[in-house]
Design a binder for this molecule. Sequence first.
Ligand code: FDP
Length: 338
Amino acid sequence: MFFFSHTATTERFILDQEEHYPEATGELSNLLYDIALATKIIAANIRRAGLVNILGSAGATNVQGEEQQKLDVFANQTMTNALNHTGRVCVMASEEEERIIPVPDDYPSGKYVVLYDPLDGSSNIDVNGAVGTIFSVYRRVTTEGRGTLEDVLQPGCRQVAAGYVIYGSSTMMIYTTGQGVAGFTLDPSIGEFLLSHPRITTPRVGRYYSVNESNFARWSKGVQWAVRGFHGERPDEIKGKNSRYIGSLVADFHRNLLAGGIFLYPADAKNPRGKLRLLYECAPMAFIAEQAGGSATNGVERILDIQPTELHQRIPLVIGSREDVGYVADTLRTMGEA
Ligand code: FDP
């Protein structure tokens, strides 16, 4: 039960944060409201998905070769429509689209670049599992006109904001603008995100490890040896952990962020570069993890330092509680893999 006198909406919270920056124009705040609005629309549709029979494949495949679900198409369009006409954005990119998404000619171009994975974990939709929307915001690097690929291909350390919305048993928005991580829970009766987790910090050592173990035989020896530690086979170096894996990055990451844990999607013989996308998944989650006191690496370098070279670049991801991520990186180094 929320009592109004103690409750901050996303709007109030963003405005409070902005007061620390007298030079702020309010544009980033407005951009975050735009994203919040889009995700409320997506949330409402996800809630009704089973009822209105819009589940199932839209028949097309996306640029990653995955079959698109109808809700993917809807979520993608909703994010784009919420952002493209506001004058705050110069270019967008979506995990669902092969190329950058320009701002239409009849709308003004702004100073921000927004990247999104409109519906992550979509293989969970048909079974009523948790899915999410991930977003990442940069300032443009080009100085005029429409944004270009150069604006989009920036390392994660230049993000000005990043966040995700999890459509789970409740809908939550978690985001950072580089001043820690805050979490909001959607109150569906009033249609507002209310501040429920003012300052999220993640434990230094986690309880959980999350990885798709069906890939075990396809991993490098170093990754196998690290995961064996989580099984409890290296008690002198690390205490065994409990396993949790949903197969929806947002849901797996969210649980580990709050409870403490490590998520891995390493390279394997089938996905030699890893599976997850640097720009839409790894960089925004890495920004949030670091702001909550955790860390994120591809095994060799900090995710936020990686300079992207392609729009849909995939990389290995090891993310979560700081000591656990450090343990995996140390193991890979010792095994000569990093
Ligand atoms: P999905 O394919 O269902 O969209 O990158 C997408 C993603 O889900 C992540 O959300 C998730 O962590 C990962 O893929 C799951 O991959 P596996 O099925 O190979 O474990």
